[in-house]
Design a protein around this ligand. Structure first.
Ligand SMILES: NC(=O)C1=CN([C@@H]2O[C@H](COP(=O)(O)OP(=O)(O)OC[C@H]3O[C@@H](n4cnc5c(N)ncnc54)[C@H](OP(=O)(O)O)[C@@H]3O)[C@@H](O)[C@H]2O)C=CC1
Ligand SMILES: C[C@H]1O[C@H](OP(=O)(O)OP(=O)(O)OC[C@H]2O[C@@H](n3cnc4c(=O)[nH]c(N)nc43)[C@H](O)[C@@H]2O)[C@@H](O)[C@@H](O)C1=O
Length: 314
């Protein structure tokens, strides 16, 4: 029987993938951290030896927005490296030959004015605000490539998503990425009647946000068509918007009519990190959900979260 294993099943990507697998009737082994702590090499080895999955989707990680990364570079570097290292080396020992690893657009050199192709990794300095995280991501991708050279039949292939958002996103202000932060702040302002919302930085940086449900579809296509999957593949919309435009689009959807104030004391991070998604299109995948539609779906999900209930209870 083909056993498909997912790490990070309780996270945003993992939960969107589990939702999709449930809709398609696909069985998935998704151990929680308590069942398989990826920072514990012995626990990982024991789990893989016991369950021997055919394919592993690695979606676990220490993940957070720009401020979370700036606050904890040591943890973002060491935890993400340790998780990936433990998983890949244990997979080799257990004779598991197929791994789909999630990287991040942070792996690319900072501030490229042009769309980034997969051959640009390690071609320039990284963005300082998330360098630790990016170094771990690059090192895991390289470890997978080296193992493929040493172990006949072993293949660890890396999908490089752009920024992500969607249902099950992290709305905690201390860790959230841009889109969930915008939704929470605009709802908070609308509920409290505030006439101004703070935008971090100058608002001119650009971001490419992919709806997590579209990534889930790409991951399942990667499982189904693993042999034709390139070793490294950008997964994004191929379209970016300024930070200001993200706030404006969300304000129209959420019904916030107030103004904005730029807090230049807050970091802007990379000026741009647009992915070139032509390789993915040639392979047979393109994103389906527009930013406006995705924000509307995420907003509807947010309204069912405890964060939203707490806001309306004030
Ligand atoms: N969100 C984004 O914008 C982007 C994310 N990515 C990548 O996508 C992947 C998923 O990200 P996302 O879903 O947003 O992240 P989340 O923070 O939502 O989820 C992280 C997952 O990893 C699990 N995890 C953390 N530490 C451990 C551990 N020691 N052992 C086992 N599991 C652990 C968490 O479990 P628990 O619930 O117990 O904490 C959780 O299930 C990551 O590789 C990330 O780097 C790439 C580009 C953009
Ligand atoms: C996804 C990928 O990339 C991530 O890096 P990032 O793209 O810089 O992270 P972010 O989603 O938090 O976007 C931040 C951008 O948005 C602006 N901004 C405005 N106002 C708010 C705001 O209120 N919150 C946040 N978080 N940002 C804001 C902020 O000034 C900056 O320009 C890594 O953390 C890492 O997780 C990784 O893998």
């Amino acid at each position: 029987m083909t056993v498909l294993m997912l790490t990070g099943g309780t996270g945003m990507v993992g939960r969107n993938l589990r939702d999709l697998c449930a809709r398609r009737g696909i069985a998935l082994l998704a151990p929680t951290r308590a069942e398989c702590d990826l920072l514990d090499a012995r626990a990982v080895g024991a789990y893989l030896a016991r369950h021997r999955p055919c394919t592993i989707i690695h979606a676990a990680g220490r993940v957070g927005g720009i401020q979370a990364n700036m606050r904890a570079p040591v943890a973002f570097l060491t935890e993400n490296w340790d998780m990936g290292r433990n998983l890949l080396l244990a997979a080799r020992e257990a004779g598991i030959r197929r791994i789909i690893n999630l990287g991040s657009s942070c792996m690319y050199p900072a501030n490229s004015p042009h769309a980034l192709t997969e051959d640009r990794i390690l071609s320039g300095p990284l963005e300082p605000t998330n360098e630790g995280y990016a170094l771990a991501k690059i090192a895991i991708q390289r470890l997978g490539a080296y193992l493929g050279q040493e172990e006949p039949g072993f293949a660890c292939k890396t999908l490089i998503p752009s920024n992500l958002y969607g249902p099950h996103d992290n709305f905690d202000p201390a860790r959230s990425h841009l889109v969930p932060a915008i939704i929470r702040k605009l709802v908070e302002a609308r509920e409290s009647g505030r006439s101004e919302v703070e935008i971090w930085g100058d608002g001119l940086a650009r971001r490419e946000f992919l709806y997590a449900g579209d990534l889930a579809e790409a991951i399942l296509m990667a499982v189904e068509r693993f042999d034709s999957l390139p070793d490294i593949l950008n997964i994004g919309t191929g379209e970016d918007f300024s930070i200001n435009e993200h706030y404006e689009i969300a304000a129209g959807i959420i019904g916030y009519g107030g103004g904005f104030r730029h807090d230049l004391s807050k970091p802007s991070g990379m000026r741009r990190k647009l992915l070139d998604v032509s390789r993915a299109a040639r392979w047979g995948w393109t994103a389906r959900t527009s930013l406006a539609d995705g924000i509307a779906l995420t907003y509807q999900h947010f309204l069912r979260t405890d964060h939203a209930h707490a806001l309306s209870a004030r």
